[in-house]
Design a protein around this ligand. Structure first.
Ligand SMILES: [Mg+2]
Length: 285
């Protein structure tokens, strides 16, 4: 079988380029930073390279994520540089139904994003049933959601990310919950997380870039890479997360570039490495 080879992408400061950066599997894995992620973020900041951190996880708020990153890497990351699927969802719903209401299967990040655009929580006759990550989902809530969807509420997913399907994984994932709701209600959802063009477009506009100037960096073929390709962005798959190089032939599309990690995207001898002796790796191997 033909192996899909790695190929090099290096940041070129002479070119106007900006980066949409997936986080889990690219910058960190669980609670541990991926080696080189700190140098990469530092390089982008010091050279004023436009960038936005994207996540399909609707549970944390941008402030939660900024705090976590800042604490872990010792570099100030602003909440304005973070865009979540909860924000994309709230933005889109607000453009469809102004000051609407939603029944939410999700946690703080999703609820706050909806409040921020003028939405109310409604358990009787909401415009939407919105599903995101939740650690406290009960069968009672699922049954309520099914009834509301059958009664006319529109079903919205903040992501349909594939579950890793490994023993001990602590939650079924939003995609699995959505499949259950779709089957039980006979209605189909609209997904507003990656690879939705709605989120991918919003993120590029936020950075003020043109499509050909936009580079999507991610570890997941089904979201980051196909999402970027569909929008005409350059795509870089990093092999620090969900995708293994030997599995790439299973996909009917390939990323533009494949890199071992974000560290490999930096020019060889950067000023970051020369000047900052304290930038030692803090993550796991
Ligand atoms: Mg990821």
């Amino acid at each position: 079988m033909k192996t899909i080879e790695k190929n090099k992408f290096k940041i070129n400061l002479d070119r106007k380029q900006g980066f949409l950066l997936d986080m889990d599997g690219v910058l960190y894995k669980g609670e541990s930073m991926i080696p080189g992620a700190k140098e990469f973020i530092s390089y982008l900041q010091k050279n004023s390279v436009p960038h936005l951190f994207l996540t399909n996880n609707s549970r944390p708020t941008p402030r939660d994520i900024a705090y976590k990153l800042t604490k872990k890497i010792g570099i100030k990351v602003s909440e304005e540089s973070i865009y979540t699927s909860a924000m994309s969802t709230a933005h889109f719903l607000s453009s469809q139904v102004k000051n609407g209401s939603a029944f939410v299967l999700g946690e703080g990040g999703l609820q706050k994003a909806l409040y921020d655009v003028g939405y109310s929580i409604n358990e009787q006759d909401p415009d939407y049933v919105v599903v995101g990550e939740s650690r406290v989902l009960t069968l009672e809530v699922i049954e309520k959601a099914i009834d509301l969807i059958i009664a006319g509420a529109k079903l919205i997913a903040t992501n349909l990310d594939p579950s890793p399907k490994v023993k001990g994984w602590p939650k079924p994932g939003t995609g699995a919950v959505i499949k259950m709701l779709e089957e039980a209600s006979g209605k189909k959802c609209l997904c507003l997380g990656k690879p939705s063009p709605i989120l991918m477009h919003d993120a590029r506009k936020y950075l003020g870039l043109r499509s050909e100037q936009t580079v999507m960096v991610g570890d997941t073929m089904e979201t980051d890479i196909i999402g970027g390709i569909s929008m005409g962005y350059k795509t870089i798959l990093v092999l620090t997360g969900a995708t293994h190089q030997e599995n790439l032939h299973n996909y009917p599309y390939t990323p533009h570039y494949i890199s071992d990690s974000v560290k490999d995207l930096l020019p060889k001898e950067t000023e970051v490495f020369k000047k900052d002796k304290d930038l030692k790796l803090t993550g796991v191997a």
